[in-house]
Structure formats: structure tokens, C-alpha cells
Design a binder for this molecule. Structure first.
Ligand SMILES: [Zn+2]
Length: 188
């Protein structure tokens, strides 16, 4: 099966194996395949070896550097937190790609932090700025006062925590205090 320019595709539809084509706007790479991220018409660029999908509804909702996004912390490992990005701030439109992101420990606060678990824990919801884009992989930064954790759950009892300071949250159920990089937009 091979798609051609003009073919109509839906999100998740197979476009090519990734050895043959790179994902352009509206497309993404998934485990050796190039797939469509949006409903729209295929554009095959044989010169650049790139397949794009052009959406009819105003173009794919792709992120750009400087955008503010919301995501969930999936893992905190050594120097990097891994984030599943689920929305762009200021729009209800679904993102064109299933973006995954990383925050390096040097990008968390303007100051120094000892360890990344002093800023983020698995399951936290965060607000962050996009600083680099490589296809559907992003680097995020949370140094701004409005960036950081906007919702945290207590690691002991899973209750939602309340902000105390810009670096501490508090559990109203079990009285536990934990460290976080707290956003000014913390939601409680
Ligand atoms: Zn608790």
C-alpha cells in the first residue's frame, strides 16, 4: 500500500515506512512508520523525501518554539523528566502530534536544584515553555514563574496538594510537605 499526493487520510493512518520518507508537517514517526497526525490530504515531496498532511481546518495544530503547553510528568530519571504533552495553552484544538517532551535539570528553575525529584514527581501536571522541537519530541523549560507544577498529588496518600511557597506543596489530608517547582498558576 502506498499513499499518493491528494489522498485523504485520518489521524494514525499509515503513510510510509520511515526509511523511505521523513514526516513533514501534519505527520509523525511511530516505530518505523510515518503516520498522519491530522485529517487531511497527503502531500508527497519526492525531492525532500518528506510526506506531509494538509488539514482543511486551518492547518495542523503544530507547536512552535515559545508556545506554552500543558503536560503530565511520566517519569523522572536522573537529569531528565519525561512529559506527555496534552494541550497548548490558549486553544481547545487538539494537537496534531502525540508530543513527548523532556525537561533537563538545568532548565527547571533560574537557580540550582539538587535533584529533579525536588521539582517534579510522576503524575504531576505542569505548565511549561517549548524551547526546542525535533519532530514530535520537545525540550521544555519551566524557569518562568508561571511555569512549573500546576497540580500535584501527594506521594503518600494521592490527595491533591496545595501550594505553600514557590518550592513547596502541602497535603491537606496527611499533612505531608513535598518539594516542587510550583507555578504561579497552580490550580487549587
Ligand atoms: Zn497526603
Amino acid at each position: 500500500m502506498k499513499v499518493e499526493s491528494g489522498d485523504f487520510v485520518m489521524p494514525g493512518d499509515f503513510l510510509s515506512v520511515s526509511e523511505e520518507f521523513l514526516p513533514g508537517p501534519g505527520a509523525y514517526e511511530d516505530d518505523g512508520s510515518v503516520k498522519s497526525g491530522v485529517p487531511g490530504n497527503v502531500f508527497v515531496d519526492n525531492g525532500e523525501k518528506e510526506i506531509s498532511v494538509i488539514s482543511k481546518s486551518g492547518g495542523p495544530n503544530l507547536l512552535k518554539v515559545g508556545d506554552i503547553v500543558y503536560g503530565e510528568v511520566k517519569d523522572v530519571r536522573g537529569q531528565r523528566a519525561l512529559i506527555s504533552v496534552y494541550a497548548k495553552k490558549g486553544t481547545d484544538r487538539q494537537l496534531a502530534l502525540p508530543y513527548m517532551a523532556a525537561i533537563h535539570i538545568s532548565q527547571v528553575t533560574p537557580g540550582y536544584i539538587d535533584k529533579l525529584t525536588d521539582a517534579f514527581r510522576i503524575g504531576d501536571l505542569i505548565e511549561a515553555k517549548v524551547v526546542k522541537i525535533m519532530g514530535d519530541n520537545l525540550d521544555l523549560n519551566t524557569e518562568d514563574i508561571t511555569s512549573g507544577v500546576v497540580k500535584a498529588m501527594c506521594t503518600r496518600c494521592r490527595a491533591f496538594m496545595e501550594p505553600r511557597t514557590e518550592s513547596e506543596v502541602y497535603c491537606p489530608v496527611c499533612n505531608r510537605k513535598e518539594k516542587r517547582k510550583v507555578s504561579k498558576n497552580y490550580d487549587y
